[in-house]
Ligand binder design. Structure first.
Ligand SMILES: [Zn+2]
Length: 634
């Protein structure tokens, strides 16, 4: 099995391990490139695309010099994809009803009114500089006359895509790559937040295990690596992961290893694929007011932030229940200000896990925005060096009054307008549909829902994104937990996450799916990147990177989302199709899950686990304690 970073665009038929062999010819190439074919259209598209590049030319070259010449020739290729259907929000900022400029619109024939009822613009053509990986032009022709395969100019390849969908490569703004793929060894017995915490604390000591002495990779690195390969297969170009384990204040070996693996992966992905990886270091919110802990934590996180590349490591918090007992609103504002002061000092951005509760009285987001905007006397204060404030989850905001939601919107807009910081809301429907309003919830993370009493969830656990977005606030969606104690399913497929968001938030008719595709593309890019120059990703536009996903099985959102799985992708990176990229097989992880984690003693005792706990030892309190008493023990 080839590792993702071993992969190179320069296919070489001399490598017999790939199934071709010298002079392997056409049949051999089929063995190599179509290991999991399931649709004829993908086969046709892949065949047409294979005439691009060095595939045929290189195998006849007999010496290095000749190969070099052919490589150069290859690299001058221009590729035109004809007859693709592109979501409106990938072509322009549909929120503002914005088309291209008039002149450009006339030239390229693309405008909002050209979209169909699903928000797709049909008959699009995209010309790519395959040598530099940049989109040269985007225009629209009739969907019937496009796609004629002809050599238009020297080295130009024209490929008919038969009206299938084309999305920009996606950005997943919220994931947990350190604890992923652990569910098979540590199942959350109730699916609730307290048991997720209990499982995580019991399982965390195993993250540093080494199961295979040949590679000496730690347990979490193997799972992390597997997760990244899946994300690459599906078409990720940006991933923000929370760096779980760095908040274990008693295990510096784990902390340092997480930073080391993260930095290595980030560099590899950027160099080999042009894929961006970001990490967030979280503390339990009240700990930001304890200098003995926060000083070193922020310093270490800052030392791992690569300011040259920008936005590589962020600061964050697990906020718990705010406004009732555990942390009141005044305390919360103080903690947030301390967090912002550290971030401002080190010029880092922020992403917080906030209001991930089922408590209608919990509205930390209000305290957070107030603390960001004003001091206690109401004077405007600016944390100038913080350019991005991401608010992840914000589930319980949906349980608040309209007046509270309006106030949150007002504050977020004020920050956008009056400061240099952009506020973004990141919703995580897959995880929160599972966690919120669930049997087994305890006081510590919301309203008690006894696990012994039948209880079907009454609400969806998603922030009011329609209201936020229509007010002009940036919203996007993240996959969040994948196959761990928090969410037993999912697989880092941004398009599957998009589908879940459509269903949970009922977005398909307001106005259509194409409008909201930005939740995993342009809007996620806005949340993840704020410093200039921002990478040109997330849109299908002239001058942007030619990194996108062809979906050979789907010509509409109905086709895309109706079949149980839409695994088939042809992902272009740097202007070239990555046709030999395959999904890793779960059996690769068998060793990591062979032994079960015994979490039972923690789950059924008379103790309650605190949200944001930093280690096993400091995590428990007597279940019957008053929340006020618990706060003092943190
Ligand atoms: Zn999360």
């Amino acid at each position: 099995m080839r590792d993702y970073y071993d992969y190179d665009y320069d296919y070489d038929y001399d490598d017999t391990t790939k199934g071709g062999g010298k002079g392997g010819g056409k049949e051999a190439s089929k063995v190599l490139f179509f290991p999991s074919l399931s649709s004829k259209r993908r086969e046709r598209l892949a065949s047409r695309l294979m005439t691009l590049g060095s595939l045929v030319l290189k195998k006849n070259a007999t010496n290095a010099e000749e190969k070099e010449d052919l490589w150069e020739e290859t690299r001058t290729n221009v590729l035109s994809l004809r007859r693709v259907r592109v979501p409106t929000s990938a072509l322009f900022d549909a929120a503002n009803n914005e088309s291209f400029g008039e002149e450009e619109e006339e030239k390229n024939n693309i405008c909002l009114s050209a979209a169909n009822e699903g928000g797709l613009v049909s008959g699009c053509a995209i010309k790519i500089d395959a040598r530099n990986g940049v989109i040269l032009d985007v225009w629209r022709e009739s969907e019937d006359d496009g796609g004629k395969e002809k050599e238009e100019e020297k080295n130009e390849l024209v490929v008919d895509c038969e009206n299938c969908l084309l999305f920009p490569c996606f950005l997943d703004a919220h994931t947990h790559l350190i604890k992923t793929h652990t569910v098979e060894r540590c199942r959350n017995p109730t699916g609730s937040i307290p048991d997720a915490l209990g499982c995580e604390l019991a399982d965390q000591p195993r993250w540093m295990d080494v199961q295979d002495e040949r590679t000496m990779k730690t347990d979490f690195e193997r799972r992390f690596d597997f997760a990244v390969r899946s994300a690459l297969y599906y078409g990720a170009i940006g991933i923000r992961t929370h760096l779980d384990g760095t908040n274990n204040l008693e295990n510096k070996i784990l902390r340092d290893k997480v930073f080391e693996v993260f930095a290595r992966k980030r560099n590899e992905l950027l160099e080999t694929r042009g894929v961006y990886l970001q990490g967030v270091c979280n503390l339990f919110l009240p700990l930001w007011s304890e200098p003995g802990i926060a000083d070193e934590f922020a310093k270490v996180a800052a030392a791992n932030n690569d300011n040259e590349g920008g936005d590589s490591v962020l600061l964050g918090a697990y906020c718990g229940v705010v406004g009732r007992g555990e942390t009141n609103n005044d305390q919360a504002r103080k903690h947030f200000r301390n967090l912002f002061s550290y971030a401002n000092k080190y010029a880092m951005n922020i992403d917080v896990h906030i209001d991930e509760t089922n408590d209608p009285n919990c509205c930390a987001v209000l305290s957070c925005l107030e603390a960001f905007l004003n001091d206690d006397d109401g004077n405007l204060r600016t944390f100038k060096n913080i350019r991005s404030l991401s608010l992840s989850h914000v589930c319980s905001l949906s349980l608040q009054s309209k007046a509270t939601i309006d106030r949150v919107i007002e504050l977020a807009k004020k920050i956008d307008k009056k400061t240099s910081t952009r506020v973004s809301f990141i919703v995580n429907p897959l995880t929160n549909l599972g966690l919120q309003d669930r049997r087994g919830t305890t006081d510590g993370v919301g309203v008690l829902i006894d696990k012994n009493i039948p209880h079907t969830p009454r609400w969806r656990g998603i922030a009011p994104i329609q209201e936020l977005e229509s007010a002009g606030i940036n919203v996007c969606t993240g996959t969040d937990n994948v196959r761990d104690y928090w969410n037993p399913y999912a697989d880092y497929d941004g398009i599957a996450t998009l589908k879940a968001t459509f269903e949970v938030a009922q977005l398909n008719t307001v106005p259509n799916e194409g409008y909201w595709t930005k939740l995993i593309a342009a809007n996620s890019a806005k949340a993840m990147f704020t410093k200039l120059p921002t990478p040109k990703i997330g849109l299908i536009r002239k001058g942007y990177r030619a990194d996108f996903i062809l979906l050979p099985q789907a010509r509409s959102f109905y086709e895309l989302f109706s079949r149980p799985s839409q695994h088939e992708r042809i992902v272009f990176r740097k202007g070239r199709p990555t046709l030999d990229c395959v999904l890793p097989d779960f059996s690769e992880l068998d060793e990591t899950v062979a032994v079960r984690t015994d979490a039972a003693p923690f789950l059924d005792g008379d103790v309650e686990i605190k949200r944001g706990a930093t280690s096993l030892a400091s995590s428990f309190s007597k279940r019957k304690n008053r929340p006020e008493e618990e706060a003092a023990e943190v």
